[in-house]
Design a protein around this ligand. Structure first.
Ligand code: PEP
Ligand code: CO
Length: 472
């Protein structure tokens, strides 16, 4: 069989057999084209004052090089197929909303090192490779609960992310500006530059990565974390005694963002002649948010035609039957690694809401990855007025996710987190005790509250323990 035959082979009769079919790549439906989403109801797009200018900028972007190559996108799909089949675990993490200046080297470095540090601990816990995917190099568009907000008595368009407008509360700053799509392209490209250098470097520096975890243990006083940390150290010494530390760290870091602003995503979607597929080259993985996952909506239509791994956020309003239809729509070929369902129910509701959805998807036999986003169902406004989340609630939702997945016989495949490598004070709690009164000290997010570096490492220690008990 020639390679091309493998890649274009349709779904065999027995769908379960397809789940492990190695060369499978998602195929667009027959009616799909780059513009077919425009015929569907589209949520969460800005009200562009100059649509012609928007079309011009999109056209310019469509002539620029891809941000990520189709070959890497397919490699991520193969890694995610491994997750779906229980041979790896997914860590997807990064900013809620990147700013254009988030491409600064120190900021990218902080996020990447935090993610890779967590991956070391999680790999230790699961005994499996950790597939690392950043909310990085393109996470510039945000869905909002209202199109306008009132500031000092003046009604303004809401901030929709740097790709659309600026957060400053004035009419000029908030007016959607098409040129920002081009800036998004260049900021993503600069971020990728930094990323490539860092991942090459970190890939050979497992010890140095783990030093950050040890520092955290020293600062916060040990306990079971000290034991894990020492175990990891022993494993690292063992590896280097055999000369195998080189290249053993997670040296692939993929990019992802919410595919919200469809004009931008379309402009970066390219036909790949080798596979006969369309790839959204704005990132390796893209996802539909909880507000844009309507079966007949524009976002699902767009995503149904690109061959990337796609995610869908699954919130409390998800209906089990509609979720089954969504799986059929986005993964008609039963391709492992194609679809990642990201549950975000909240620490309490996950116990009641997730089991019927896990059962519904299991019935369909779609080889999906189930991941847990423990952030977006646990947001509240604190007494001090800041939008925040408690680390304890975040950990409780992860615990609940592992528990219900275990009860339903479904593999918990990964985590989806909002974090930064900076010492911000946006989420409450943790061993380094961020209190309500501390939130104002370094509250810097452009959108949702993120875990800081210490809270992220603390979470990874806890997850490492959960992985040991649930996956081993
Ligand atoms: C997000 O991931 O930042 C987000 C807006 O999530 P959700 O679509 O789950 O609300
Ligand atoms: Co968010």
């Amino acid at each position: 069989m020639r390679m091309n035959d493998v890649l274009t082979q349709e779904r065999p009769e027995n769908s379960a057999a397809v789940a492990t079919f190695p060369g499978a790549v998602h195929h667009a439906p027959s009616w799909w084209d780059l513009d077919s989403w425009r015929g569907r109801p589209v949520q969460q797009q800005p009200d562009w004052p100059d649509p012609e200018r928007l079309a011009e900028v999109a056209e310019q972007i469509s002539l620029l090089p891809p941000l990520v190559p189709p070959g890497e996108i397919q490699r991520l799909q193969r890694r995610l197929a491994g997750v779906a089949e229980g041979r790896a675990f997914l860590l997807q993490a990064g900013d809620c909303a990147e700013r254009f200046d988030s491409c600064a080297e120190a900021e990218v470095r902080g996020k990447v090192r935090t993610i890779l540090r967590m991956a070391v601990l999680m790999t230790y816990g699961s005994g499996l490779p950790t597939v690392t995917v950043g909310r990085l190099a393109g996470q510039y568009a945000k869905p909002r609960s209202s199109p306008v907000e009132t500031v000092d008595g003046v009604e303004l368009p809401v901030y929709r992310g740097d790709i659309v407008n600026c957060p400053e509360p004035s009419l000029p700053a908030r007016t959607p500006a098409p040129e920002r799509l081009m800036k998004a392209y260049h900021s993503a490209s600069a971020t990728l530059n930094v990323l490539h250098g860092l991942v090459r470097e970190s890939g050979t520096e497992l010890h140095r990565l783990h030093t950050g975890n040890e520092d955290f243990v020293r600062r916060t006083g040990g306990g079971s974390h000290a034991e894990i940390s020492e175990d990891v150290n022993r494993a690292l010494r063992f590896m280097s005694a055999f000369g195998v530390s080189e290249g053993a760290a997670p040296n692939e870091l993929y990019t992802s963002h919410e595919a919200l602003l469809l004009d931008f995503e379309q402009a970066l979607t390219r036909y790949d002649a080798d596979t006969g597929r369309w790839f959204d080259t704005s990132a390796h993985m893209v996802w539909a948010g909880d507000r844009t996952r309507q079966l007949d909506g524009a976002h699902v239509e767009f995503l149904s035609g690109v061959a990337n791994p796609v995610g869908v956020k699954i919130g409390p309003s998800t209906d089990p039957e509609q979720l089954q239809e969504l799986c059929d729509r986005l993964d008609p070929g039963y391709v492992a690694g194609r679809l990642v369902l990201i549950s975000r129910m909240g620490a309490e509701r996950v116990h009641d809401l997730l089991p019927p959805l896990l059962r519904a998807v299991r019935e369909t036999e779609h080889p999906v990855v189930w991941a847990c986003d423990p952030m977006h169902g646990n947001t509240f406004r604190s007494n001090s007025g800041y939008k925040t989340r408690r680390l304890a609630d975040i950990l409780a939702e992860i615990d609940g996710f592992f528990t219900v997945a275990g009860e339903e016989g479904v593999r918990p495949g990964g985590l989806h987190l909002e974090l930064t490598g900076e010492h911000v004070t946006e989420c409450l709690g943790g061993l380094e005790k961020v209190l309500d009164a501390d939130l104002g000290t370094r509250y810097e997010t452009a959108c949702d509250p993120r875990l800081n570096a210490g809270q992220s490492v603390e979470l990874a220690f806890r997850v490492s323990e959960l992985l040991q008990s649930h996956l081993r």
